[in-house]
Write a protein that binds this ligand. Structure first.
Ligand code: SAH
Ligand code: SF4
Length: 409
């Protein structure tokens, strides 16, 4: 086996307590997907793998799961039949079920993935979006089913939180996307083959799907550690961006423990307006948020914070707002993404006029900040920022029966 990894813990250091493995209470088997190396080793010890073999076995599994992308223990050719059977009896490496795939005229893809029930809950569905661009492909990954926050311009915010996604469900979205895009090596490639890291379909991951990732910190952290591992999915941390609405107390830990790029959903430059648009602002107002940004670990001109600013006509798009934005961000290495508002049924806002967005962008740009206007992607399949999930839930809850009845006529 050509993988060499260091799973060993120094013998004299006490092992950290492990949280229970993700799995379904009672009957279902815990998943091996989404465990970082330490947890994977612990899972193997838990089924009686002798200590002297743990590191080697974990290395084999890591290789099959993340380099080769197998979803069946039977495919692990260099693992003995007996061990494959034991693994099969104790664990799952299943991926989510793909319920729906939609492809936009602009090439954006949206998948609806279903995950089994956890504990007493019900199966849940989330959406994951793939945005192909010149020279890169960005996967927009969900962290929660629904959201506890209620940003007034966001469709996801109209859905109550159903539950947090587990680490395996977060990594499962990446593996499924790679599989659907043909971004996994051929399973017939000889064991030990090195998968090229250039020219990959999924080159970037953004935690900008459904949910507030910093309200699901541990699972997101573990999932991103798996995604960034250089001998697996192997995404550089500079190509992973976590977007938060502003959970201030978790921002320093995000930098220190995850080390990924940070995006802040800013959207307003005054507390009275941000209190309405992004209600978490009432708890963590702008001054606190910007202080946390100023001291984000690893910040430099080469590692800037992205501030997301949705353009809402007559609400936050004046040139006075733009000037205040520049003033607020002074001293923070920053880039400002201007996002034309993506409408959804029942939304109370309109997108700013294009001319106004350009004037806003120019002013910010002249103050020395990159201020790209994000081209809306996948609007025709309801895959653009802030449009996720609700449609499928709405359909499932109230309209699917009506649609089915209509289709049966
Ligand atoms: N909960 C996290 C990440 C998911 S939202 C957060 O809020 O940062 C991803 C981005 O899309 C956020 O910046 C969000 O504010 C923005 N967004 C939400 N609804 C939108 C809409 N209708 N139009 C454009 N952007 C929207
Ligand atoms: Fe939740 Fe982010 Fe939408 Fe706000 S913008 S409701 S935090 S998903």
């Amino acid at each position: 086996m050509a993988v060499s990894i260091d799973l060993a813990m120094p013998a004299d250091r006490p092992r950290p307590a492990m949280p229970p493995l993700p799995g379904l209470a009672g009957t279902e088997k815990p998943s091996l997907i989404g465990l970082d190396r330490e947890h994977l080793a612990e899972a193997l010890r838990g089924i009686g793998i002798p200590e002297r073999q743990v590191r080697m076995r974990a290395g084999q599994l890591w290789h099959w799961l993340y380099l080769r992308g197998v979803s069946d223990f039977g495919a692990m050719a260099n693992v003995s039949k007996d061990l494959r059977r034991t693994l099969e009896e104790n664990f799952s490496i299943a991926r989510p079920e793909m319920v729906e795939e939609k492809i936009s005229v602009d090439g954006t893809r949206k998948w609806l993935f279903r995950f089994p029930a956890r504990g007493a809950g019900r199966p849940v569905e989330v959406e994951t979006v793939y945005i192909p661009e010149e020279g890169r492909g960005t996967l927009c990954v969900s962290s929660q089913v629904g959201c506890t926050l209620t940003c007034t311009f966001c469709h996801t915010g109209t859905q109550k939180l159903v539950r947090n996604l587990t680490s395996d469900e977060i990594v499962g979205q990446i593996l499924m996307a790679r599989e659907r895009l043909g971004d996994l090596p051929d399973a017939a490639t000889p064991a030990g083959a090195i998968v090229p890291s250039d020219g990959r379909m999924v080159s970037n991951v953004v935690m900008m799907g459904m949910g507030e990732p910093l309200y699901n910190f541990d699972n997101v952290k573990q999932a991103l550690a798996v995604a960034a591992d250089g001998e697996g999915i192997s995404l550089s941390k500079r190509r992973i961006t976590l977007s938060t609405s502003g959970v201030v107390p978790m921002i320093p830990r995000t930098g220190a423990e995850m080390g990924v790029m940070l995006a802040i959903s800013l959207h307003a430059v005054r507390d009275d307006l941000r209190d309405v648009l992004v209600p978490i602002n009432k708890k963590y107002p702008l001054a606190e948020l910007l202080d946390a940004c100023r001291s984000y670990p690893g910040l430099s001109n080469a590692r800037r914070i992205t501030f997301e600013y949705v353009m809402l006509k007559g609400v936050n798009d004046s040139l006075a707002d733009a000037r205040e934005l520049v003033r607020l961000l002074k001293g923070i290495p920053a880039k400002i993404n201007l996002i034309p508002f993506n409408p959804w049924p029942g939304s109370a806002y309109e997108c700013s006029d294009w001319d106004q967005i350009e004037r806003f962008a120019d002013l910010v740009n002249q103050a020395g900040y990159a201020s790209p206007i994000r081209t809306p992607r996948g609007r025709d399949i309801f895959a653009a920022c802030g449009q996720l999930k609700s449609e499928s839930e709405r359909l499932r809850k109230t309209e699917r029966l009506a649609l089915e009845a209509a289709a049966a006529l």
